[in-house]
Design a protein around this ligand. Structure first.
Ligand code: SOE
Length: 387
């Protein structure tokens, strides 16, 4: 009989829903070597978590994390709660011998991220971080092209993450704008994804220099939040925004390539505009998340007169993960990246192999985030390995 893995999920809002959906889909489209059981979903508000349990298909719910983590029928703790909860939850889960999946950024700061890594290593459990964009087939194809030498020596990585959901000054002070809950603003929420993609595709960062801005410093206190929308009463008192609205930085990678990064929630018209471009000695690659099934590839080896960027639709069975879904050209979306990352996580447990990206990758991302923050404070280049 196939081994079963019981999952306990913490959080039931935006990311909790994305993970619940993914966990339910894995066995329908992939063939994991384990049966995945959605054992319990956990949240503090009983009414809310009970409803989520029913709607998302969980066997039970818990309002106490302490109870969840002690349950014998749970093997994996999946953390989708806001960032300030990650550290205590992940450490407690590891100490109870549970495998841990944690949303990004790993922690509010580098010191906490390192403690989390030490805890999962000490417990000998599997650990993975939710950098879901790595798992788009087109991004995996980019990685294959780079690894096979088709792009040659990399000279440039150019990353943009552009959103506009808080551009209205009356948009309320939601938790993502509170440093004590989120760690940082656009930098840790959006920049973290670009940093991870750059590490995945180009390699580790050597030094950074950045600039940061909070355009709207005070906002009405939030009354209610769903997904990324928030509501405030018309006469709501104002509170201070304690995170960056936009952070831009430059880097030099250890391999010698140069990188530029821009993460902002003030790019009017852009909803989830994550994109990157890579230029190398033999070719270039371009990816835009809102057209996530496509990868642009330029090969300098093409014959004269025919050179130009070609558009590859990464929906063929040869493209990573794509064959598990629909016939060629029947495109996939945002939620599929979560199916792919969680499939890899359960497989790492089933097959006893390391999970990737893991908490070590989470620590390295927090290290770059913090190096940029220090460079903004000091107005100087910061060597990442000094942190
Ligand atoms: C909100 O800015 C958000 O949902 C992030 O929290 C996610 O990590 C990103 O993928 C999309 O935008």
């Amino acid at each position: 009989m196939q081994r079963t893995l019981g999952v306990g999920l913490v959080g039931y809002k935006f990311m909790g829903k994305a993970h619940s959906n993914a966990l339910r889909k894995i066995s329908m489209f992939f063939d994991p070597d384990v049966s995945i059981m959605l054992k319990a979903i956990c949240g503090r508000d009983e009414q809310g978590v009970k409803q989520a349990a029913q709607k998302f298909g969980w066997e039970s719910y818990e309002t106490s994390f302490e109870k969840l983590v002690k349950r014998d029928d749970i093997d994996i703790i999946d953390i989708t709660a806001p960032s300030n909860a990650h550290k205590d939850l992940a450490i407690a889960a590891a100490e109870s011998g549970k495998h841990v999946f944690c949303e990004k950024p790993l922690a509010l700061n580098l010191a906490d991220a390192r403690e989390m890594l030490a805890a999962v290593k000490k417990a000998g459990v599997k650990h993975q971080i939710g950098f879901n964009y790595r798992f788009a087939p087109a991004v995996q194809l980019a990685k294959q092209l780079i690894d096979s030498g088709k792009i040659g020596q990399i000279y440039h990585f150019r990353g943009l993450y552009l959103q506009d959901w808080i551009i209205d000054p009356d948009f309320p002070l939601v938790w993502r704008l509170d440093k004590s809950v989120a760690g940082s603003g656009s930098h840790g929420d959006l920049g973290a994804h670009l940093i991870d993609l750059a590490r995945f595709l180009v390699g580790d960062f050597s030094r950074v220099i950045g600039m940061s801005k909070t355009f709207i410093k005070r906002r009405p206190l939030v009354e209610q939040m769903t997904g990324l929308s928030g509501k405030a009463k018309s006469d709501a008192p104002m509170g201070e925004v304690t995170v960056d609205d936009a952070t831009l930085f430059l880097t030099e990678f250890e391999c010698g390539a140069l990188g530029s990064f821009e993460a902002t929630r003030f790019a009017n018209g852009h909803k989830n505009g994550m994109s990157f471009e890579i230029n190398g000695s033999k070719g270039s690659l371009k990816f835009e998340f809102e057209r996530m099934n496509e990868l642009w590839y330029y090969s300098a080896d093409d014959s004269e007169g025919l050179r130009g960027f070609r558009l590859i639709q990464a929906t063929e069975p040869v493209h990573p993960y794509a064959g598990a879904w629909w016939p060629v050209g029947h495109v996939i979306g945002y939620e599929h990246t979560f199916v792919h990352e969680l499939f890899e996580f359960v497989q790492s447990i089933a097959k006893g192999r390391p999970a990737t990206p893991d908490f070590e990758d989470g620590v390295k991302c927090n290290q770059v985030l913090e190096a940029v923050e220090r460079s903004v404070e000091e107005g100087a280049w910061i060597r990442v390995s000094d942190l």
